[in-house]
Design a protein around this ligand. Structure first.
Ligand code: SF4
Length: 436
């Protein structure tokens, strides 16, 4: 684990006993929920709105605003879900939070539940996360033993139960409506929006808030220190701090907590130690594998926040930064990614279900040196038939990297089509193992 300026989320994560409730409380754990219980639910929502906290799962939607969509006069139960189905390639920040500081996540859930008046919460964790699951469940058990969960938490009039539900390992269950389908015992397939906006028609058609692990983990600080203190961190439009995951051809990979606005190249070349000796930075995927790749020369002046990365032609996404040096074969890299996305399509929409496999096959034949003139245009055409024509954003998650790899590294693709396999460069570091 690594921190650039671990002020909030990783403040205590380096302590090896932080997962134990006694140690966590010695370091200030569960003081924010005590404070929140003296506030009214609308006051908590207002504080989170003023803090400008945006969803950390990838969408970046304002959290307080999302909570505000819950109907005020409903007679249905209100549910709260913590999305811990962290499946985006290159992203492993939630795992670290759940393993190292599970009580921070639980405390954030408690405060959010108070804000939206939910008495039942569920942490939906990806099936592959065995160790984080054990840590979370132990932490929840400790809370029940102390009366921090159950009837009248912390001696208040608020009841709250939290359960942990393990998924079965589908990428698309990280999409909030697919997650809800899965929780209801159905196939994890996304629902149409509208009408199925979770705030109104969520779990079992009841009002539901779904937020990401990191989003909840930021809430105790906002309540404890106040929105004003939180707003002092970050930039004008991207407030607070963010966990970023750095992986690939980099000397010091890991999870770093940065203030929004931190220079991307400074993080990679100084804090993360840069590329390996003798190698040059070639490309970076800055926000998990479903966002557009950027060439090294495009990174100059780019900062880690929603606006700067968008202006550079990519996205912050889940902040999974995948680094590629000059030994990387970009064609093999995209073949690998397309295999992943084709495999993970839930199959409901024809453009996504068929298009993903089609794109993967065309990229594969190019990688083998058997590409044909017109193949790149064919892939562009398939992508244009996917974008905007599917039930969920998975379609774009598949098409955007395919298009960006071609647009940014067209010369390499054209050389492989023209010259065959002889133009292939072998990757020195197997982050991408194309199944050719
Ligand atoms: Fe399923 Fe793909 Fe359609 Fe999303 S876009 S609903 S993953 S088929």
């Amino acid at each position: 684990m690594a921190t650039v300026n671990g002020k909030i989320l990783l403040k205590n994560a380096s302590f090896n006993d932080q997962h134990l409730i006694d140690k966590c409380e010695e370091r200030g754990g569960y003081s924010a929920i005590r404070k929140a219980l003296t506030m009214s639910p609308p006051e908590i929502v207002e504080e989170v709105k003023k803090a400008g906290l945006r969803g950390r799962g990838g969408g970046g939607f304002p959290t307080g605003q999302k909570w505000g969509f819950i109907p005020k006069d409903t007679d249905k139960p209100i549910y709260l879900i913590c999305n811990a189905d962290e499946s985006e390639p290159g992203t492993f920040k939630d795992r670290l939070l759940m393993e190292r500081d599970p009580h921070l996540v639980i405390e954030g859930i408690m405060i959010a539940a108070r804000a939206i008046k939910a008495e039942w919460a569920c942490i939906y964790i990806r099936g592959e996360y065995g160790y984080p699951y054990v840590r979370l469940q132990k932490a929840i058990n400790e809370c029940y033993e102390r009366g921090y969960l159950g009837k009248g938490i912390f001696g208040s009039d608020h009841n709250l139960d939290i359960v942990v539900h393990r998924g079965a390992g589908a990428y698309v269950c990280g999409e909030e409506t697919a997650l809800l389908e899965s929780l209801e015992g159905n196939k994890g397939q996304p629902r149409l929006k509208p009408p199925y906006y979770p705030a109104v028609m969520g779990l079992h058609n009841c009002p539901t808030v779904v937020n990401n692990v990191e989003t909840y983990a930021a809430i105790p600080y906002i309540i404890e220190a106040g929105s004003e203190a939180y707003c002092k961190l970050g930039t004008e439009r991207s407030k607070g701090t963010k966990l970023v995951c750095v992986s690939g051809h980099i000397q010091k990979p890991g999870v770093y907590e940065i203030e929004f606005g931190y220079p991307l190249l400074k993080l990679l070349m100084e804090d993360c130690g840069g590329t390996f000796p003798g190698r040059k930075l070639k490309a970076v995927i800055p926000g998990g594998s479903s966002v557009a790749v950027l060439r090294a020369e495009e990174l100059e002046g780019v900062t880690l926040d929603y606006e700067s990365l968008q202006a550079a032609g990519s996205m912050l996404g889940s902040a999974g930064i995948i680094v590629m040096d000059d030994s990387t074969d970009m064609i093999e890299a995209i073949v690998n990614l397309m295999h992943f996305y084709a495999h993970e399509s839930c199959g409901q929409c024809t453009p996504c279900r068929e298009g993903g496999h089609w794109i993967a096959k065309v990229f594969e034949r190019i990688a083998r040196g058997e590409g044909m003139p017109g193949d790149l245009e064919l892939i562009e055409d398939i992508c244009s038939q996917i974008n905007g024509r599917t039930i969920c954003l998975f379609g774009e998650a598949l098409a955007v990297p395919a298009q960006s790899f071609i647009r940014k590294f067209r010369d390499e693709f054209e050389a492989r089509i023209r010259e065959g396999i002889s133009s292939r460069k072998v990757s020195s570091f197997p982050i991408f193992q194309a199944s050719l």
